[in-house]
Design a protein around this ligand. Structure first.
Ligand SMILES: [Zn+2]
Length: 86
């Protein structure tokens, strides 16, 4: 769609590595390895992995202990039912 090739993505990752510095090296290295694998196994699996990551971040969102609705992180009271979260 954007004419992005796998090798272009590698260049972007290398530039990101240079920008973020060695402290992010393991993280970027992991992402790089994962990206290469995903390109080998296909875009479909890559999309699946991304949606799974998005899902896992959604799961970590705090929820009300009483009504189970998502509430802001660190909220002392539920924004839906007003129940105390302490
Ligand atoms: Zn609630």
């Amino acid at each position: 769609m954007f004419g992005l090739q796998p090798q272009d993505l590698l260049i972007i990752l290398i530039v990101a590595l240079l920008l973020f510095g060695p402290s992010k090296l393991p993280e970027i290295g992991k992402a790089l390895g994962r990206t290469i694998r995903e390109f080998q196994t296909g875009i479909k699996e890559a999309t699946q992995a991304l949606s799974e990551e998005a899902k896992s971040t959604t799961v970590s969102e705090p929820k009300c202990k009483t009504c189970n609705q998502p509430i802001p992180a660190g909220a002392k009271f539920c924004t839906h039912c007003g129940a105390s979260q302490t």
